[in-house]
Design a protein around this ligand. Structure first.
Ligand SMILES: Nc1nc2c(ncn2[C@@H]2O[C@H](COP(=O)(O)OP(=O)(O)OP(=O)(O)O)[C@@H](O)[C@H]2O)c(=O)[nH]1
Length: 164
């Protein structure tokens, strides 16, 4: 049954081919633009079984204990991780598909460990990232740690966006 689902999704959003008058092309949609984003000719299928048009890789960074994992779980599942603090070991990621202005956007959010000893591991995952979400606590002034991470993101990625 999964095969049928995949086939239906692709047919419904395929781009027209070079022979638009062909009977095979009837009912197919034409690529559209929304806010400058071009819809690809066919959607992709995420590991969770959801279709998406475009994908972005976002790095979630910040010092240990500022709440990166809690923020990600809240965003992905709508729940708050209460209780004892379990520090992230190395790196983890979660996918979320959202519909923005009719475009199905897959966010691949990488939750990096904030502890210094994991820096060499997490830095390797900055490659090809589209943006960075830097988390800080509101009670501490941790802005001095933002600059090195920002420089790292810009080094590995073209068109890098930083959100604090
Ligand atoms: N009061 C309060 N506590 C929070 C909030 N967000 C997270 N916490 C708590 O802060 C602690 C650390 O949260 P995590 O999300 O695991 O921190 P982290 O940034 O992922 O830490 P590392 O994995 O070590 O990098 C946990 O005990 C949470 O319950 C918040 O918004 N308010």
């Amino acid at each position: 049954m999964s095969r049928k689902k995949a086939v239906n999704g692709k047919v419904g959003s395929n781009a027209p081919s070079s022979s638009p008058n062909s009977d095979k092309e009837k009912g197919k949609k034409v690529p559209t633009q929304s806010n400058g984003v071009v819809h690809p000719s066919r959607p992709s299928l995420s590991s969770s079984g959801e279709f998406y048009d475009i994908t972005f890789k976002v790095m979630l960074v910040g010092d240990s204990g500022v709440g990166k994992t809690c923020l990600l779980v809240r965003f992905k599942d709508g729940a708050f991780l209460a209780g004892s603090f379990i520090s992230t070991v190395g790196i983890d990621f979660r996918n979320k598909v959202m519909s923005i202005d009719g475009v199905r956007v897959k966010l691949q959010i990488w939750d990096t460990a904030g502890q210094e000893r994991f820096r060499s591991v997490t830095h390797a995952y900055y490659r090809d990232a589209h943006g960075e979400l830097h988390c800080i606590t509101v009670v501490e002034s941790l802005f001095q740690n933002i600059k090195p991470c920002c420089v790292l993101g810009c080094y590995f990625s073209y068109n890098f966006i930083l959100i604090i």
